[in-house]
Ligand binder design. Structure first.
Ligand SMILES: *Cc1c(COP(=O)(O)O)cnc(C)c1O
Length: 803
């Protein structure tokens, strides 16, 4: 298509004219983005077709990764990088006086996800394709992704996200592969010739139309598929009100639910889940049947993975198709289904475990409900045999109980594998939260510690650091991230240290410029960039960070000679629109920023910055600029975290609790290279059991705590009285569920150590380099290799040039 920059330029200019109907001079940046995006998609298309052919010919097992979220981030830059044509394109554009990065800014950031869970799915797609593994994603084509966050007077305001407004150059609509989904109606049961059959009648039908997006592997010819389903009108009955039918149908794929932990209990959410699952399973079966006739062997050729419980209805849906459509017996269908599906658990917060009221579930999905009932009855019978008379245990493990359908229980019973996302999380699942299931099915439980795509979070986000690493140890680490460890042999090299200092400084300057533009705050690039970016949640304890900054402010006011190493505290976080507490914390951060940044003396040493609308593209500017990574969740509450890994890979030092993957990071680098503090998970869980924690005692006995907690309500902030009362109440009246005050003193101590450590620049930089050198373990390539070998049983496809 184009192999050098002159060919590229010629092609680009021609295409710009034909696509936009304008000459180059008249074209806008968006015209240029559109033209380039289309060229790149075309460039991909032959590889895409070849990959599909290869999968057909190779007859290999494929994995389908079902996830209600894929937090992709912009694709142009990543695709150019993975296709190895970024340099040609960049130079060609430069000749035309166009900057590639400006064009990239025209792409809207597809935010089909809330946070960690959706971003994990996106990193997994990148690793699957790069490792030549036959694996595809299935999700919903939400018309509006996660809301755009605006801050008005310090409060979060949500605006609808509009990623499709200017079209999506990467997608290909496939109307011929549309399938029908049935909701509501009744089930007619028929018993003739000893055969029981089920017919879903009077159903409301919705059409699911797929839009396929290519997933390009790095430096390989593999192009996998991310299939996004769009809800559209199907046939409707004569009595139906067409307008309300249209409204209800389109509502299914209108919005991503902006809540990453709590379950809304909304019927629309349930509809979305079944819509995703039914369309995906139908399409998987259809493509299987094109190549093979014997569905009894499905699990030898197909693995279906459910990312958390949102797609758990994959289990009864596959049962439904095998029994009602394909004529399988229950036992035959169960054998295939339970060997096809595997499940990842992402949380132990009990309020986040999905449970659906039967009275909502049953009328909306009558046949699926019948099947879940049958699964439950057979499962309880098995339990009865194993644990005769143990009613309580059986009641506790049942899939349906007390008018609720428990999606985690369904997922465990119907899957061949259940994994947690970090060692500590998997252990808590086995030994506490899912103990009774672990005792019943010990072989099903395993751990797969999360990872991140180093191609996005290092190669794409931080080209300066990428060049430095390659300069030092060659480029093999790009394909084999574990080879980053070779950097460890160079961390004492003064030249490398100096060059790394320059890279970090450069990235801090880039971020400082953005902060100046967006927030109008001038920050000192010699100060410590201390960063906490992630969803706003009580268990993630942004409040602990805030209280520490308030404490520093108080110290500086009391003692003008009190020395601290200058710091810039940077926050980024969206709060779920209905999460009152989280929104209050956002307001608190802004009130604190106003107080700190406007104090003539305090602002010389500390600044507080809240960066609006935290999302993947902003994250790519933030991680490379960080010196300190805040990973301060209440121990046992953060299943893994992946932000922690992005910081480590970009040479920030972690301040963290012994929670999630922080623990494995510490095991990997050694305790001297990470700043840990606070209660351990065991200590937290013990407190929760014995109820002996009294936050009031810490309030009374620590003057520093009393002062900052009082300041929430005593008029210290220039806000209405009562503005932050609910936050103060959470700490005292509600006894501080997340142990903020319990960990406060320990957090102050460790932060003081951080300030002192930063003063020894060389040692600090070496420690950062050590962190980078060990970060290969946390590449999603490692994670995906483990899923492929230990759960899915899939192997790479060899490209023709590798055979
Ligand atoms: C990585 C990432 C997350 C997850 O961050 P955690 O610190 O692990 O919670 C959330 N949002 C975005 C945009 C990310 O890139």
């Amino acid at each position: 298509m184009f192999s050098n920059k002159d060919e590229f330029k010629e092609f680009f200019l021609k295409r710009l004219e034909s696509m936009c109907g304008k000459g180059f001079e008249q074209s806008t940046k968006r015209d240029q983005y559109h033209t380039l995006g289309n060229m790149v998609r075309e460039y991909i298309s032959s590889k895409w077709i070849e990959t599909k052919e290869l999968y057909r010919a190779d007859n290999k097992k494929q994995v389908y990764y079902l996830s209600i979220e894929f937090l992709l981030g912009r694709l142009l830059g990543q695709n150019l990088l993975n296709l190895q044509i970024k340099d040609v394109v960049e130079e060609g554009l430069k000749d035309l006086h166009i900057s590639l990065s400006e064009i990239e800014e025209c792409e809207s950031d597809p935010a089909l996800g809330n946070g960690g869970l959706g971003r994990l799915a996106a990193c997994f797609l990148d690793s699957l394709a790069t490792l030549n593994l036959p694996g595809h994603g299935y999700c919903i084509r939400y018309k509006h992704g996660l809301f755009d966050q605006k801050i008005v007077d310090g409060y979060q305001v949500e605006l609808p996200e509009q990623w499709l407004r200017h079209g999506n150059v990467w997608e290909v609509r496939k109307p011929e592969e549309a399938v029908e989904i049935s909701f509501w109606g009744r089930i007619e049961t028929n018993y003739t010739n000893n055969i029981l059959t089920f017919k879903h009648v009077d159903a409301e039908k919705v059409l699911a139309v797929p839009y396929d997006m290519p997933v390009v592997g790095y430096q390989v010819d593999t192009v996998n598929t991310l299939r996004l389903w769009n809800a559209e009108l199907a046939a409707f009955g004569p009595d139906q009100d067409i307008l309300s039918y249209k409204r209800e149908t389109e509502a299914i794929t209108d919005f991503l639910y902006p809540d990453d932990t709590h379950d809304h209990g909304k019927i629309l959410r349930l509809k979305q889940q079944y819509f995703l699952v039914s369309s995906s399973i139908q399409s998987i079966i259809a493509s299987y049947k094109k190549e093979r006739s014997n569905l009894r062997e499905l699990h030898h050729y197909v693995a279906i993975h459910i990312n958390d419980t949102h797609p758990a209805m994959a289990i009864p849906e596959l049962m439904r198709i095998l029994i009602d459509v394909e004529g399988f017996s229950w036992e035959e269908a169960w054998e295939v289904t339970s060997h096809t599906v595997s499940y990842t658990n992402h949380t132990i917060l009990s309020e986040a475990l999905e449970k659906w009221p039967v009275h909502l579930f049953k009328p909306l999905l009558p046949r699926i409900y019948m099947i879940i009932e049958e699964i439950n009855e057979r499962f309880c019978a098995e339990l009865w045999e194993r644990y005769p008379g143990e009613w309580e245990r059986i009641e506790h493990m049942a899939i349906i109980a007390h008018g609720l359908v428990k999606m985690a229980h369904l997922s465990i019973v119907g899957s061949s594998s259940i994994n947690g996302v970090a060692k500590i999380h998997s252990n808590i699942l086995k030994n506490r939260e899912m103990k009774s299931f672990y005792e019943f099915y010990p072989w099903k439980f395993n751990n797969k510690t999360n990872g991140i795509s180093h191609r996005r979070w290092l190669l794409k986000a931080n080209p300066q650091l990428t060049a430095l690493i390659t300069n030092s140890i060659g480029n093999e680490w790009v394909k084999q991230p574990e080879k980053l460890i070779e950097l460890r042999n160079h961390v004492d090299d003064p030249l490398l240290i100096e060059q790394f200092a320059n890279v970090k400084r450069k990235r801090k300057e880039i971020l400082a410029k953005k902060i100046a533009e967006k927030n109008g705050i001038k920050v000192d690039v010699d100060s410590i960039f201390d960063v906490q970016v992630k969803r706003l949640h009580a268990y993630k304890r942004q409040l602990l960070n805030v209280l520490h900054i308030m404490y520093l402010y108080n110290r500086l006011k009391e003692d003008p000679n009190y020395f601290i190493q200058p710091r810039t505290f940077i926050f980024g976080a969206k709060a779920s629109p209905t999460y009152y507490y989280a929104k209050k914390v956002i307001k608190l951060i802004h009130s604190l920023a106003e107080k700190v940044n406007n104090d003539p003396r305090v602002s010389q040493v500390i600044k507080v910055v809240f960066m609006e609308n935290y999302r993947v593209s902003l994250a790519e500017d933030i991680f490379p600029a960080a010196d300190v990574s805040e990973q301060i969740s209440t121990a046992s509450k953060e299943a893994s975290g992946t932000g922690n890994m992005k910081f480590m890979m970009n040479g920030a030092l972690t301040v963290g609790t012994l929670d999630g993957a922080n623990i494995e990071m510490m095991e990997e680098i050694g305790a001297d290279y990470i700043f840990t503090f606070g209660l351990t998970a065991d200590e937290v869980l013990k407190y929760e059991e014995n109820g002996r924690y009294r936050s009031m005692e810490y309030y009374h006995h620590d003057q520093r705590i009393r002062q900052v907690v009082d300041q929430l309500t005593n008029g210290f902030f220039n806000e209405d009285e009562g503005e932050f009362e609910s936050i103060a109440d959470s700490l005292l009246v509600q006894n501080d569920q997340y142990f903020v005050l319990r960990d406060f003193a320990s957090y102050i101590d460790v932060q003081e150590k951080v300030g002192i450590a930063y003063q020894d620049r060389v040692t600090w930089l070496k420690k950062a380099l050590v962190n980078i050198s060990h970060s290969g373990l946390f590449s999603s390539d490692r994670t995906i290799q483990q899923y492929a070998e230990e759960i899915w049983n899939i192997t790479p496809v060899l490209q023709s040039n590798q055979k």
